[in-house]
Design a protein around this ligand. Structure first.
Ligand SMILES: NC(=O)C1=CN([C@@H]2O[C@H](COP(=O)(O)OP(=O)(O)OC[C@H]3O[C@@H](n4cnc5c(N)ncnc54)[C@H](O)[C@@H]3O)[C@@H](O)[C@H]2O)[C@@H](O)CC1
Ligand SMILES: Nc1ncnc2c1ncn2[C@@H]1O[C@H](COP(=O)(O)OP(=O)(O)O)[C@@H](O)[C@H]1O
Ligand SMILES: [K+]
Length: 537
């Protein structure tokens, strides 16, 4: 290749990598407006051309998913979201679709780009433009028609009410006979604030531009957002790079840059010795799952502290793990003895505690003693969190830098009830900052809060993982990665991603229904191989 071609090639790859890294940011609605404006000011693209780009991307998506026989009703607002809808109508018509736009006059003034697209559509396809005046009625829809929601996007300035709220309700009532594809945002959904109890379109699919919006990742909005597809419209990488974002989403390339492949001369000492404190009578399985995951995720050495009743089970199920047997038969109450002196504690690179541990008085007592002596970051899950939740004084003793892994119920026990998901995120972040802890709130998009106030979301994983023991597997993975020398934050980002991806591989091979927690452990191998093949950006 000539020199010029090489430099063009490298510039292209650089741009691709940069774009991948940049789209991990989750911007507020205001920041998105600023990104649009910056792009228009600093790149040779007009506002109208940017809208055309957005409309082209949406049209291509619709054409890939619905054939030309599908009647398409596009409901447009008076702003630029409506402008997108009008441009999509024209582009669908160009491709032979029977697409019709209905403009809802919720405001007396249309945006400039809306007007330009209305004129363009009217000129080419006069019959495709219909106006619905304030308080007007929806048309009767053809059978199996597709509804495109381009009423309101990121310009939503307040919860929807009155006539438009009624329109949203009526469109939602047309489901499931009619599917709804939302453009950029389901209309009525606030990008950065809770929309609980507000009228919002219940989209089957949301086609959004350039970035995930915070609202998409919150469980309370699941019924509104449906499936998400992020379409790139090439907003300015400079703006994105220089604008800080509090919320971010991990991706394969970021995680690959954290992951450190093994060096040829490394030995088991290189990968740390982890102590896993888990299990009680009837819940030894949790300890086994966690131990297996810890081993599979690459720890050098693993010791498990378990009650007497779990000894044989653990040795048979996970022969790679060593065992400390507690004096008690059905629960553990002597695990603090491993860390009574700094020399003894230094034997372990990390302690993971909680899966199936139980909350017996002796266990709570031993946890308190452990926290009195141990000052290294730990991984704390399940019953260990429940014990902390019952004693605020104990929670204060958790070493800085530790990883707490509550599911929503455990979170509530620890930090109290919240009115909505947005408030829960605030509380999550506040505790991470004030206590200098890393707290991950498990769910579809696990939210990982760091002591610096930032929150990262993870997108891997699937509902097949909603099965007993999945969380125990995660604790094993996190403990393993910490033992191998990853920092607390690297451990969270990498571990949660790997856990979800292994779950995705398990679901692809076995189905979401049939997969069980052990399968997540089994598919960790494939997951590491896949990560290994990626080149770090
Ligand atoms: N150049 C750009 O700025 C681009 C913008 N795009 C689209 O533009 C959208 C944002 O456009 P706008 O900023 O014009 O905003 P919207 O089109 O989302 O909404 C603004 C309009 O809605 C009204 N409004 C706000 N809240 C309301 C409420 N609760 N009830 C009734 N009316 C309400 C406003 O008065 C205004 O008329 C994005 O979501 C995206 O779809 C895309 O075309 C990409 C490029
Ligand atoms: N619908 C889902 N999509 C993605 N991940 C999920 C989903 N449901 C559960 N998970 C993941 O599975 C794990 C369940 O953890 P947890 O509730 O602690 O399980 P257990 O207590 O049974 O071990 C979490 O990591 C969570 O993020
Ligand atoms: K919309």
């Amino acid at each position: 290749m000539p020199d010029g071609a090489w430099s063009l090639f490298f510039a292209y790859i650089y741009k691709l990598c940069l774009r991948r890294i940049l789209t991990m940011k989750i911007f507020t609605a205001q920041q998105i407006r600023d990104a649009d404006a910056y792009t228009i000011r600093h790149t040779p693209i007009s506002s109208l051309a940017l809208m055309e780009k957005a409309a082209i991307a949406c049209t291509a998506w619709i054409c890939r998913h619905y054939n030309e026989d599908t009647p398409v009703y596009i409901f447009c607002g008076m702003g630029n979201n409506g402008g997108d809808g009008l441009a999509i109508t024209r582009l669908l018509r160009n491709r032979g679709y029977n697409a019709v736009a209905y403009i809802l006059h919720h405001s007396t003034k249309a945006s400039d780009d809306h007007t330009a697209n209305r004129n363009a559509l009217q000129q080419q396809y006069h019959a495709a433009v219909n106006d619905i005046p304030d308080n007007g009625l929806l048309p009767q829809l053809d059978r199996n028609a597709l509804i495109v929601d381009a009423i309101l996007g990121t310009g939503l300035s307040r919860p929807v009410e009155g006539w438009i709220a009624g329109i949203i309700q009526q469109l939602n009532d047309l489901k499931p006979q009619h599917e709804i594809v939302a453009i950029d945002m389901p209309s009525g959904l606030q990008a950065d604030a809770s929309s609980i109890n507000n009228p919002v379109i219940k989209a089957d699919q949301t086609l959004s531009f350039e970035f995930y919006k915070l609202a998409f990742l919150l469980p309370e909005n699941a019924a509104f957002v449906g499936e998400i597809c992020i379409l790139s419209i090439d907003l300015s990488p400079d703006y994105i790079a220089q604008t800080p974002s509090r919320f971010n989403i991990t991706d394969a390339f970021q995680v690959r840059s954290i992951y450190r492949p093994r060096k040829p001369f490394s030995h088991k000492g290189t990968f740390g010795h982890a102590l896993l404190i888990a299990g009680s009578e009837g819940k030894i399985g949790a300890a086994v799952l966690s131990a297996k995951a810890c081993l599979r995720a690459g720890v050098g050495l693993l010791s498990c502290h378990i009650p007497r009743c779990g000894y044989q089970i653990m040795q048979i199920s996970a022969p790679g793990a060593m065992c400390f047997i507690d004096e008690q038969q059905d629960h553990s109450s002597g695990f603090h003895n491993h860390v009574l002196t700094p020399e003894a504690a230094a034997k372990f690179k990390v302690i993971g505690i909680g899966p199936g541990l139980g909350t017996a008085a002796g266990t709570s007592w031993a946890l308190e003693k452990l926290l009195d002596h141990y000052r290294q970051p730990m991984v704390i899950d399940a019953d260990a969190l429940n014990i902390l939740a019952s004693s605020p004084a104990l929670l204060k003793k958790v070493p800085a830098g530790s990883l707490l892994t509550p599911h929503p119920k455990e979170f509530e026990r620890l930090f109290g009830k919240t009115a909505n998901d947005e408030e829960r995120l605030k509380v999550l972040s506040q505790h991470a900052v004030e206590r200098q802890l890393n707290i991950l709130l498990k769910g579809r998009y696990t939210a990982m809060a760091f002591p610096d106030g930032s929150i990262w979301f993870n997108a891997t994983g699937n509902p097949g993982m909603a099965t007993g023991g999945s969380g125990d597997v995660l604790t094993g993975i996190l403990t393993s990665l910490m033992a191998q020398g990853y920092s607390s934050q690297e451990t969270m980002l990498l571990g949660v991603y790997l856990h979800g991806l292994a779950g995705d591989h398990a679901a692809a091979a076995l189905s979401q229904e049939a997969m069980i927690a052990e399968d997540i452990v089994e598919f960790l191998g494939k997951t590491f191989l896949e990560l290994h093949k990626l080149k770090p950006c």
